[in-house]
Design a protein around this ligand. Structure first.
Ligand code: SAH
Length: 220
């Protein structure tokens, strides 16, 4: 493997191993999720100056006022998404640096990822390409519209917080499908929610308090 991808010292496989051990102590129990996070080099998704902090349990800046979610949140959202069984098509809104995308790509058949900030979109694509993840499909667009061409999805993961869940996204969820999404104002309490589409509607579960950047309409 390319030594930069593999990592050394603070970015080494041993550091990743310690991160996954901490995640399981924090309650993450899905062994496939833990294995994916042990494998994906998180440090390549952040600026070189921050690489040594990539495996700490904190969110980090990725530019354009955006952040890479902390490892615990990535693990938790992925575990919640996968709880009902294997997934074929997952829509991700907010590619950001692409780390969550990479973790998903290891665990589901196809990932459809949408980002509204062009430089982030391009950089994420390059990094994901370096990892040779070929089951990722990319769209530079406002995620409020989802990605109709490939709908319905059996999973939708949103990594920015809207005040209300966009109807279009709900409509693109397959029956039996699950959406994991933070909802609420920035600066006040946001709640992670799990929405399950049933035969006659949607079931909502409120999960835990979280802090996400805002879900924004339009493209940049
Ligand atoms: N999972 C990402 C999170 C990045 S932060 C990571 O770990 O890097 C959230 C991302 O959502 C930002 O990149 C932001 O630009 C994007 N975003 C916010 N609103 C969006 C929208 N309406 N459509 C698409 N992307 C959006």
């Amino acid at each position: 493997m390319d030594p930069h991808l593999q990592g050394i010292g603070m970015t080494s496989p041993r550091t990743r191993e310690r991160m996954t051990k901490r995640l399981s102590e924090q309650g993450i129990s899905n062994t496939r999720v833990l294995a994916a996070m042990r494998e994906i080099p998180r440090h390549i998704f952040v600026d070189e100056a921050l690489a040594s902090r990539a495996y700490e349990d904190s969110s980090l800046p990725i530019g354009y006022n955006q952040t890479i979610s902390q490892p615990y949140i990535v693990a938790k959202m992925t575990e919640l998404l996968l709880a009902s069984g294997p997934l074929t098509k997952v829509l991700e809104i907010g590619t950001g640096c692409g780390y969550q995308t990479a973790v998903l790509a290891k665990l589901v058949e196809h990932v459809y990822t949408v980002e509204r900030i062009l430089p982030l979109f391009k950089k994420a694509k390059d990094h994901l390409w370096d990892l040779k993840l070929k089951n990722i499909h990319y769209l530079y667009s406002d995620g409020s519209n989802g990605w109709q061409d490939h709908a319905p999805y059996d999973g939708i993961l949103v990594s920015a917080a809207p005040l209300e869940i966009p109807r279009t996204l709900l409509a693109q969820l397959a029956e039996g499908g699950v959406m994991i999404i933070p909802v609420g104002k920035q600066g006040s309490e946001q709640t992670l929610q799990r929405i399950t589409r049933t035969a006659d509607g949607y079931k909502t579960e409120l999960l835990e308090p979280v802090t996400f950047v805002p879900f924004v309409s339009g493209k940049e």
